[in-house]
Design a protein around this ligand. Sequence first.
Ligand SMILES: C[S@@+](CC[C@H](N)C(=O)[O-])C[C@H]1O[C@@H](n2cnc3c(N)ncnc32)[C@H](O)[C@@H]1O
Length: 279
Amino acid sequence: MGKFNSEINVKEWEQLSWYEMLSKLGLKSFNWRGMKTWDEIMELYTFPPKSKILMIGCGVGKSAFYLAEKFDLNVTGIDLAEKSIQIAKETAREKNLEEKVKFQISDAHDLLFNENEFDGVFTEYMAYFLDHPKAFKEFYRVLKPNGHVVFNELMLKPDISEKKLNKIIEAGDSFEEIAGFKLNIPFTSDYKNWCTEFKFEDIKLSPVKNKTNIRDMLELSGGVKNLFKIMRIMLCLYRKSSIIKKKFKIQSKVKWVVFQNRSTAKYIKPTICIARKGD
Ligand SMILES: C[S@@+](CC[C@H](N)C(=O)[O-])C[C@H]1O[C@@H](n2cnc3c(N)ncnc32)[C@H](O)[C@@H]1O
């Protein structure tokens, strides 16, 4: 453990943004409901093989690879986090999927793509960071006529009291200090309203059915061995860096409100929203 600790360059870790740090740690995905959620989505609307998909906020590309390998989709993943994109590109090379799955650094609000380029624009556990009207405008622009937007996201249920909603908003605001953006979870009805406002049609909303299970969670952490490695590095960084310690503390408070404390977490549900751009 002593040798292991001395091998960790704390300064290097401190310079990474929050999501870069988590990607470097070896986390594969933040979608704790697992990859099977994409199977549910394909049941709601089946994208034909070779469809061109833009995956927004792709992280290290776990879902992009799943969609390419299981459904033969051609996926371009974009993210702001350089380290995550670097890891995603390395994985594409290792998997020999560089032709089918591409990655680049790009901002969801200002997409570096032409109009009418994609059959699908997907988001996964990231749309709570967006300036929604700006992003919806961009998603609409890059979609082909009859293309589909898919949000695989956390959404708020409507029957929440003001007090509990304020707790969630407060926790979400504090996330800005670690990630650089507030975590602002919209209501299910917000997605419906934005889709309507931006002229999307055939809007479908569906709660995610697949439940969180240990096997999926281990896979998302890269397996048991990797999970232990992640925990050891985290512990070391926690001890050695007050900057990173503070980030972990804020993150665990947010996690408590959003995922663990039933009194608030029960109002936050993984939900799918799919809508079609008209022809
Ligand atoms: C919670 S992670 C989810 C990553 C991945 N979709 C998953 O489910 O594992 C959110 C990701 O969104 C990215 N992100 C946040 N704002 C973004 C933006 N405006 N444009 C592109 N990516 C963004 C972050 O860098 C981060 O990788």
